[in-house]
Design a binder for this molecule. Structure first.
Ligand SMILES: Cc1cc2nc3c(=O)[nH]c(=O)nc-3n(C[C@H](O)[C@H](O)[C@H](O)COP(=O)(O)O)c2cc1C
Length: 210
């Protein structure tokens, strides 16, 4: 079987983590780099990743996550946040970064920049917020696959009160909101979900050649 398929079959949404096992610094670096490398629309990355270590904070967040034990038991807790808006300054920073990293002049990408600004700055505010949030899901996919390659368990989570997360983590002040949560670590032997067969729709249902 292909290594990719093996990795994807190995992973499952972990229900119970082993609280005694911690992810190494080396693996954590790889995971964070995979998040940094996640693609996004125009490459703007309107995201921030919070890695919550503080125990009290984790307990408070668990209370706002239907008491799901993964929040406190996993080795690390990643909260994927998106910006509420995109400002002209934010786009300019991206253009500046591009010109620096690629050693090209800002003038050479000004046309592209203006196109981007015209599209984004005229967008409805709620649409921008939603668009930014969608970028978080792309990062989540990359995170899950990277963890699986490293044989690190993860649970993608939408089951939390995002308004309460925003309040507890003081996200509004930074113009951010919590979109997704992903505890990562090592499965507990007692987690019976690891033995369940994957339930997926058939290829015939999902794929159509036209
Ligand atoms: C966006 C998203 C949100 C999810 N939220 C939760 C959650 O809050 N709690 C949980 O235990 N599982 C959650 N899941 C896990 C799914 O139930 C699980 O991925 C799905 O049933 C497929 O099973 P598998 O991941 O084990 O293959 C979520 C998955 C995704 C992709």
């Amino acid at each position: 079987m292909s290594k990719i398929i093996e990795d994807l079959n190995w992973r499952y949404a972990t229900k119970k983590f082993d609280p005694s096992r911690k992810i190494s610094d080396t693996d954590l670096e790889i995971i964070l780099e995979a998040l940094r490398l996640a693609p996004s629309s125009y490459g703007l990355q309107p995201l921030k990743y919070l890695i919550i270590e503080d125990k009290d904070l984790r307990n408070k967040l668990k209370d706002q996550s239907f008491n799901q034990t993964q929040i406190t038991d996993a080795s690390h807790l990643i909260v994927i946040c998106a910006f509420d808006e995109i400002s002209e300054l934010f786009i300019d920073e991206h253009l500046e970064n591009t010109s620096k990293i690629r050693s090209i002049s800002q003038e050479s990408i000004a046309g592209y920049g203006n196109f981007m600004k015209k599209e984004i700055l005229t967008m409805d505010k709620s649409k921008v917020r939603e668009w930014n949030s969608k970028q978080a899901y792309i990062a989540l996919g990359q995170l899950l696959h990277t963890c699986a390659c490293l044989r690190i368990d993860a649970t993608p989570m939408e089951g939390f009160n995002s308004e309460e997360y925003d309040r507890i983590l003081d996200l509004k002040n930074e113009g951010l909101h919590a979109v997704l949560v992903c505890p990562i670590g090592y499965r507990s032997e007692a987690d019976s979900n690891q033995h369940l067969k994957k339930v997926r729709r058939s290829k015939n249902y999902l794929f159509e050649i036209r």
